[in-house]
Design a protein around this ligand. Structure first.
Ligand SMILES: CC(C)CCC[C@@H](C)[C@H]1CC[C@H]2[C@@H]3CC=C4C[C@@H](O)CC[C@]4(C)[C@H]3CC[C@]12C
Length: 277
């Protein structure tokens, strides 16, 4: 942003600069140096925020400017997405049941200020947390092989053991009311004793701008929580907060029908994938 403003100012002032006397030129050069220092200071501050504040869960994402190629930025963005999504899930009040399936799967929704309508799917899956982590995170690129709603997933960056940047393309299938979308997201995973958290959020990559012919949608802040069942560790509770801006010109009623349906489809395909292990 700062860089864009500076460029704009330079453009506007260029004709005047040419007619400036020596002292005035010197003043402009000093202002230029100040701006460079300011940018460096911003980067240092970002560094401090990432290192010091991350562990205390108090980083405000809005404060942070993306520095291209900065691994810390991706990690921080992923963690922050997970934190936001988990805080949405933590609040147990105000959820409205949308669908209850005969197998026990339940989808609820809630309108959250700033996020819009979000959907929470709860299901029990016949797989351990470790197996699900492997299928959903480690082998994320293989997802289109078992999920026909997804056409393509590519890991664009391996930021670290817990963070990846992905490009995902949904399939414009008949069951999908919305048509094809693509997403660029940072995906963050966090393993604990008997739980795994898979968080994510849309990210803007200069090197991966929206493609012609695709509507770039935004997924997140979102999170999938996998928890081993106390009574049977070969089964897991699967809780998925879906918070998606599908973009494009679509009536809300269509979107609000399609999203929980996409969750049901996803879980159905995941169960099929688990059945062929
Ligand atoms: C309704 C239309 C627009 C989209 C339908 C397809 C949706 C449901 C698909 C497209 C891309 C998919 C995501 C791709 C990658 C991951 C990361 C993984 O670790 C958990 C699942 C998760 C988060 C998928 C969830 C389902 C997903 C969001």
């Amino acid at each position: 942003m700062l860089r864009a403003v500076v460029k704009l100012c330079c453009g506007i002032s260029y004709p005047h600069m040419r007619s400036m006397a020596g002292l005035q030129r010197r003043a402009v050069a000093v202002i230029g140096q100040e701006i460079t220092q300011l940018q460096q200071w911003e980067q240092i501050q970002q560094h401090i925020r990432t290192h010091v504040a991350l562990n205390y869960n108090e980083v405000e994402q809005e404060d942070v400017k993306p520095a291209t190629g900065n691994q810390l930025y991706y990690e921080q963005h992923g963690r922050e997405a997970m934190r936001k999504a988990l805080s949405m899930l933590e609040d147990k009040e105000g959820w409205k049941v949308e669908m209850t399936e005969s197998n026990g799967d339940v989808i609820c929704s809630k309108v959250i200020p700033g996020a819009g309508k979000v959907f929470r799917m709860e299901a029990v899956l016949e797989a351990s947390v470790e197996e699900l982590y492997d299928i959903l995170y480690v082998r994320v690129q293989e997802m289109p092989q078992w999920n026909p709603s997804i056409q393509h997933i590519e890991v664009l960056k391996h930021v670290g053991p817990e963070t990846i940047v992905t490009h995902e393309v949904s399939a414009g299938t008949a069951a999908n009311l919305i048509g094809q979308r693509d997403f660029v997201s940072v995906r963050h995973s966090c393993k604990q004793k008997s739980s795994v958290y898979l968080g994510g959020a849309a990210i803007q990559l200069e090197s991966f701008p929206p493609q012609a012919g695709f509507v770039r949608a935004e997924d997140g802040p979102t999170c999938i929580v996998l928890q081993a069942l106390d009574e049977d560790k070969t089964k897991s509770r699967f809780t998925w907060l879906l918070n998606m801006d599908v973009k494009g010109w679509l009536p809300k009623s269509i979107v609000n029908q399609a999203l929980p349906r996409a969750q049901l489809d996803f879980t159905r395909h995941l169960r099929r994938r688990l059945a062929v292990r």
